[in-house]
Design a binder for this molecule. Structure first.
Ligand SMILES: Cc1cc2nc3c(=O)[nH]c(=O)nc-3n(C[C@H](O)[C@H](O)[C@H](O)COP(=O)(O)O)c2cc1C
Length: 190
């Protein structure tokens, strides 16, 4: 039997809560994956604004759900072993706080832990247009090995629905997490 993979998911108040929900739904269907999910206060607000789901629905999609103020949670310590963290969507505020090492909430602390333990950290940064501060923060993190997967749609797979666009993004995130998936929409060559 293969070992359970522990994935930390931080959800912040950038637009695009739908991406986090889709990732959580797909991970719930995959065997031997355990999700540790944190929603920031503004992520909870955007959940209300952008979707029809409640926080209870979200908790049902997670194996473990934490408050962003819970700095005593397991995932706030490097001694709690995980297989990596993804922040989806990542606000420019959270990107900035991670880039300068401010671990004053559970998402930025867990990201700081992920970096110091040299584990996989993936971000889905969402803002447009991007200013130089945003770009410099992302460049700094990228140089440290953080994988940036902004939610930029591809059209070579002829998406027809919003779900098609979201599927393609989630496929990229699962690929980065090293989780095999058959979501589709891959380039098959000409
Ligand atoms: C409806 C709405 C949409 C937002 N979209 C973005 C966004 O796409 N990118 C971003 O960086 N901030 C966005 N913000 C601002 C963040 O929510 C704000 O900077 C907040 O402090 C982020 O905190 P957090 O990272 O702890 O969630 C948005 C705010 C609201 C209310």
């Amino acid at each position: 039997m293969s070992q359970t993979r522990k994935i930390v998911i931080g959800v912040t108040g950038a637009s695009g809560t739908i991406y986090a929900i889709d990732l959580m739904k797909k991970l719930q269907e995959i065997a031997n994956v355990e999700t540790h999910v944190v929603f920031s206060a503004w992520a909870k607000k955007n959940l209300q604004l952008e979707t029809k789901l409640s926080l209870t629905d979200i908790k049902d999609l997670a194996d473990y759900f934490y408050s962003d103020s819970d700095l005593g949670a397991t995932i706030a310590s490097g001694s709690f072993l995980t297989d990596g963290m993804i922040i989806v969507p990542a606000s420019m505020k959270t990107v900035a706080s991670i880039a300068v090492g401010i671990g004053d909430n559970l998402i930025s602390r867990a990201a700081d832990v992920t970096l110091k333990e040299q584990r996989k950290l993936i971000m889905v940064p969402r803002e447009t247009p991007l200013n130089t501060i945003h770009l410099e923060n992302m460049t700094k993190l990228s140089r440290m090995g953080v994988q940036m997967i902004p939610p930029i749609p591809a059209f070579y797979n002829q998406p027809q629905t919003i779900q098609d666009l979201v599927d393609h993004q989630t496929m990229k995130e699962l690929d980065a997490l090293g989780i095999k998936n058959d979501i589709g929409g891959r380039w098959e060559g000409i």
